[in-house]
Design a protein around this ligand. Sequence first.
Ligand code: ZN
Length: 677
Amino acid sequence: MKNLWSDHQARSFVLRYAKAGVNRDRALRVYTSRLLGGEPRLVLHGGGNTSVKTTMPDIMGEKTEVLCVKGSGWDMGDIEPQGLPAVRLQPLRQMVALNKLSDEDMVNAQRINLLDSTSPNPSVETLLHAFLPHKFIDHTHSNAVLSLTDQKGGDALCKRVFGKRMGYVPYIMPGFDLSKKALEVYEADPSVEGLILFKHGIFTFGDTAKEAYGRMIEMVSLAERRLKKARKKVFAAAKLPKKIAGVADIAPILRGLTRHGGKRLIFDFRGGKNILNYVGGKDIRRYACQGTVTPDHVIRTKHKPLILPAPVAGDIDAFKKSSERALAKYVNDYHAYFRRNNARQKIKRTELDPMPRMIMVPGVGVFGLGANAKAAAIAADLAETNIEVITKAERINPYQVISEADIFDLEYWSLEQAKLGKGVEKPLARHVSVVTGGGSGIGAATARALAAEGSEVAVLDRDLKAAQAVAAEFGGLGLSCDVTDGRAVRRAFDAVAKTFGGVDIVVSNAGAAWQGAIGTVSDKILRDSFELNFFAHQSVAQNAVRIMTAQNTGGCLLFNTSKQSVNPGKDFGPYGLPKAATVALMRQYALDYGHLGIKSNAVNADRIRSGLLTDDMVKARSKARGLSRAEYLGGNLLGKEVTAEDVAKAFVDLARSTKTTASIVTVDGGNIAAALR
Ligand code: ZN
């Protein structure tokens, strides 16, 4: 691993933070924490932590010895000084004299000694940092180190690789006991440059930020060199069917099956050669089901993945049935694991939901699962890390980690669960929405409104850049899609299923207005309009229903049908006719798919200031009616201008309503000629 320290960069951190009143020690602590946090083979998603012992003035201006240690909720990759809360060092050090300390007392003691009461909770490994005397301390869950320690004979192997340069700490759950043990190991030989925590990770220390960081990179490089010497061959392959079904075909089925208590999960798929090698191994049940490579992954991935049979292309039903059986067994096993381990707890725990967070499918790859796209991506990242670490361990000896009881203790440890936070979910959380024509106007406003309600959103637009720009506002997916091209629509929906696992809400919004007197208009104009304003809606709805049916969790179809569908405008036949047909289409879907819980509704908008109604169109239409622009835009019963955001709200309202189908909502400020009844 490359040492990325740069004197120039270090200096620029010191200078930059000095302006904000941050001292040199803390500035350099930020610098090397970011170096470590920017390397996923060392630190992933809140794993790992760092500290520095320095002095800061208290409220009276008195120089106070403090430990600045990584705070809960911060990622090292983009940490700031406030992500390293300052805790008075003396009171922490005194706690070494205690024989026992409960987690609650430990957290309380750390909090009451904060210099700033609004700081996040200091890391669960704070006392370990406090008890050791070194100025700078770095801790990571390095993949290479984990590959060495997480195997049969891993302790001895580590000792051979690092020798006397490192101290060795047996596995103990983080907290007070581990902190005391780490100190004891250090004191037995104060010449060590760091500590290997068996089955957990690595600490290095130094008098300077550069020294502690340099030692981390050096030790990790030693581990990497040893792994390189291992044999290349690993995992005898299982026999797989000749033709394997695609990700987009199986993801919605799995998403439907993994619902728990009515709640769905978002999926994140990962494939590639190394993953296929791993999930296609004959012995996958042995090496993949022993537990996570470092204990704190368990809160995001659970201790075991769900392993499914390979899906045969063209026989999705068989895959569905066998997946159902495998999942039922997984859930039963989880209940049993909980009961077995909860029985020995003094304070009884409440069982977490039993659904897997990693699904491994031979011939296909691995899915990460989570309550939102971010959590799913974290689970998928951790799954990839587990696959890498276990693969490299298995090249030397069989993979081996801590006991099930130790994993349980971590999974159900209140301080670990606290890392996940417990916010109230938004109404459309755990949902996946697709908006066509989402790159501008009503579509963009609707995509934003759905995202604001908690939904994952895929923005489809003919203009890829526009789609991506809107999606980037809320971390969604932007795809290019000409909705009049049936194959492109299928590809786009498959991409959404591959990205999020499925589809729940579809806003078929893309459209455009064609004009022409109906008696003389060319066939071409009429047919072009039907392509976009009717057939495209049909192909979008067909693809939506294909995925929703596979999920078997209901769904919501929404069409933008415009007031033209019920109140034709003069010389707007080419626009109004297909829109009227689309209203009939909406009703047909409501009728044919209601029994599957799929709702189908439409929004009739009129005279929207932005989006479909361009300035030129406003000019032409207001002129045709002898109205000024303001009169035209506000010319409705309420006398209020209607905006794209108003239409977006109607789509969101329909998406949230559970008992409405085959309905049309008007958003036009009141237009009696276009009133439905
Ligand atoms: Zn750790």
